[in-house]
Design a protein around this ligand. Sequence first.
Ligand SMILES: Nc1ncnc2c1ncn2[C@@H]1O[C@H](COP(=O)(O)OP(=O)(O)OP(=O)(O)O)[C@@H](O)[C@H]1O
Ligand SMILES: [Mg+2]
Length: 211
Amino acid sequence: MRIASFVGQKGGVGKSTLARVLAVAAARQEYKVLLGDFDLEQLSCIEWSATRLRNGIEPDVEARAFKSLKKLRKSVQDFDLVVVDTRGLADELTTDISQESDVIFLPTGTSMDDLRPTLALARRLSKTRKIGNKIVLVLSKVGRSQRLLETAKETIAEAGFEVLDSIWPERDGFQADLDIGKAGSEAHNTYLREAAESIESDLLHIAINPT
Ligand SMILES: Nc1ncnc2c1ncn2[C@@H]1O[C@H](COP(=O)(O)OP(=O)(O)OP(=O)(O)O)[C@@H](O)[C@H]1O
Ligand SMILES: [Mg+2]
């Protein structure tokens, strides 16, 4: 069993979205996957999973809400992969979840306003016991400027952190698909599907394979 978590200091950077994208990718490869939702105020993953079931979208992706790590540890033995979604803040639970995870994804936008707090969190986490080099930044909701993207990648590299090769591009169409219980490469639109496929396979590769 592996645990891949999405954490961050900021709200709205794509944690819950990418958690669902990864869960769908894993389920479609026939891994037994569980979405662990630690954001009890929003429960984005729980709501989405219920919508997915209601709309009869296959494969089914199970989601459960968790308040503490103890509960998660007890109930995940039957799964190949647990994808954890967390709240948009960095607290003690963020550290605990990160220590328990095999990989920690930090989604971030390309602006310095997004990168600065994300890199600060990455630095802080990386100094913590059992976390070290399990951190992977993910450029998320990326606009069309190639220059901004390159600069963001350079900034992350200079800070000494790993960044996922593929990016999660900003496209309004992804929102409509999430609203009906789909995610990523399940998009109705060919163009969106292609945009999602490479990040899906990168996320899954890292989530499933021990480094
Ligand atoms: N690639 C994308 N293009 C456009 N909109 C997107 C994209 N990915 C996510 N969104 C939208 O951005 C918003 C924030 O995304 P999401 O809920 O995944 O962020 P989050 O980090 O989980 O936020 P929070 O910290 O509040 O839980 C949502 O409305 C979502 O539909
Ligand atoms: Mg969220």
